[in-house]
Unconditional design. Structure first.
Length: 218
């Protein structure tokens, strides 16, 4: 089967910007999350998965939780922050609200700890994203499979993780194209169910490839 519209593989180039906004304790982190840009929330949650979890498969999957645990030595709020599953969010405003709620509740119940100085400050950063086409298009499932097997971390994260915010759906670019263009709804659902917290980018790519291979064998 050939798609009417091809899947065009894109990678993303990011320019990281670190401003003068910082937090030296939990209360300041809560206030910082309240006032920082959407781009900063995105950088410290969605993009941090690539820097921490997907490459190391250890530790916390967002920068806020990592800092609360490592620099503030507060495992309880760190685990609560880390428990937020970005797969549940299609809006940065909703994610920001839950981050604020967790920190706000902890600071209210632990006023002294909330104002204790951290071992090192948290610096709020953000990125400017520039999408760069790879010059690779897939019209069929075979072509798509061939491209996915060789896909690097940056385009994989762009299409499989951060696309959720762009689409405003609990899905990804791959599943959307497979379902819409090739009518492979079941395959799309299986790819959607790949756990992005228990897999590295490499193992997630391997599982996507294996699911496609099974589909091709039918």
């Amino acid at each position: 089967m050939k798609a009417q519209e091809p899947f065009e593989f894109i990678t993303a180039s990011y320019l990281v910007l670190i401003g003068n906004q910082k937090a030296c304790n939990l209360l300041e982190l809560q206030q910082g999350i309240e006032g920082c840009s959407d781009a900063s929330i995105f950088y410290h949650t969605f993009q941090s998965m690539g820097r921490h979890h997907f490459l190391l498969t250890e530790g916390f999957s967002n920068d806020f939780a990592q800092w609360v645990f490592g620099a503030c030595n507060r495992p309880v709020p760190a685990e609560q922050l880390a428990s937020l599953d970005i797969r549940d969010y299609v809006s940065l405003a909703d994610l920001r609200g839950d981050l604020r709620r967790i920190l706000g509740d902890y600071c209210k119940g632990n006023a002294r700890e909330a104002q204790q100085a951290a071992f090192e400050p948290f610096y709020f950063g953000e990125t400017i994203e520039e999408g760069v086409p790879l010059g690779i298009r897939a019209w069929t499932l075979e072509e798509f499979h061939s491209a996915v097997k060789k896909l690097g971390h940056a385009p994989l994260q762009f299409h499989f993780i951060t696309s959720r915010l762009r689409l405003h759906l609990r899905s990804n670019d791959f599943s959307q194209w497979l379902s819409k263009e090739l009518g492979l709804g079941e395959l799309a659902k299986k790819i959607d169910r790949i756990d992005i917290y228990t897999n590295t980018l490499d193992s997630a790519r391997d599982k996507i490839s294996q699911l496609i291979e099974k589909e091709l064998e039918q």
